[in-house]
Ligand binder design. Structure first.
Ligand code: ADP
Ligand code: ZN
Length: 245
């Protein structure tokens, strides 16, 4: 009887030891923050990174547009501001994003953020949510301003899978149709020269503090986004892999 108890005790101790060892080895989920002006390539690269790293990507711009389409209270509050190229209030975007992450179970997988945070308040809200159980990297896509205007005003987006195309630089194989899923392409209401001016102003106004914040916490990497899609992607992956190892 004594021997059985001893064996049982030993098994329990072994099991606890093994579980603790496993947990200490478990990789922390990764959160990638893609920053950069409108048109810097956040959308394009986050969908490529999502495939390569096998974690979901979330665009707060897409979430806003989805809420507008579904005429939710959040969407109604966001519509007028978005149309003017202004930022949606922090509390609305934070609520929308955090609900989405929770509903989809993304806390466990980690994720790529495109277009969030855009203000210091949003960055702090995210840090509070992440605490220290995540690996975090902020990648800042830098691009010359004249390139942005051409990219944005010529941009066409798939109504279904959100893949971006460009009227002249990256035209779809069939006019007006997505190469990937054959759905219709559309031009965003705020992708005009006039509205872009406001979006760039909003971006420049709030970004400096955000960059300083991530620089201070040593998670920021600057990425030159003027080169080809392939080169920029390679550079992004190199920086993310360095962070992971
Ligand atoms: P872009 O980065 O090209 O401006 P987005 O699709 O990311 O495009 O954003 C479009 C609009 O959605 C913004 O101009 C803003 O009104 C709103 N928006 C998206 N994300 C945020 C955010 N994190 N905070 C405030 N407003 C946001
Ligand atoms: Zn598509």
């Amino acid at each position: 009887m004594k021997n059985i108890l001893l064996l049982f005790g030993l098994a329990v101790v072994l099991l606890i030891g093994l579980t603790t060892y496993r947990n200490s080895k478990k990789e922390k989920p990764l959160v990638v923050i893609l920053m950069g002006a409108p048109g810097a390539g956040k959308g394009t690269h986050s969908s490529e990174l999502s495939k390569t790293l096998n974690i979901p990507h979330i665009s707060t711009g897409d979430l806003c547009r989805e809420n507008i389409k579904n005429e939710t209270p959040l969407g109604k509050a966001a519509k007028e501001l978005m149309d003017k190229g202004e930022l949606v209030p922090d509390n609305i975007v934070v609520e929308m994003l955090f609900n989405h992450i929770h509903d989809k179970g993304y806390d466990l997988t980690g994720y790529i953020l495109d277009g969030f945070p855009r203000t210091l308040i949003q960055a702090k809200a995210l840090d509070q949510r992440l605490d220290k159980d995540y690996k975090k990297i902020a990648l800042n896509l830098n691009i010359d301003e004249e390139k942005l205007i051409d990219r944005i005003t010529g941009r066409l987006i798939c109504t279904s899978c959100q893949t971006p195309f460009h009227k002249t630089n990256l035209p779809p194989k069939v006019e007006g149709k997505c190469d990937k899923c054959a759905s219709d392409l559309y031009q965003r209401d705020d992708d005009t020269k006039e509205v872009l001016k406001n979006r760039l102003e909003a971006y420049n106004k709030d970004t400096k503090a955000l960059i300083d914040y991530y620089q201070d916490s040593k998670v920021l990497k600057d990425i030159d986004s003027n080169g080809s899609k392939e080169i920029v992607l390679e550079n992004l992956l190199k920086n993310i892999n360095q962070k992971k190892s």
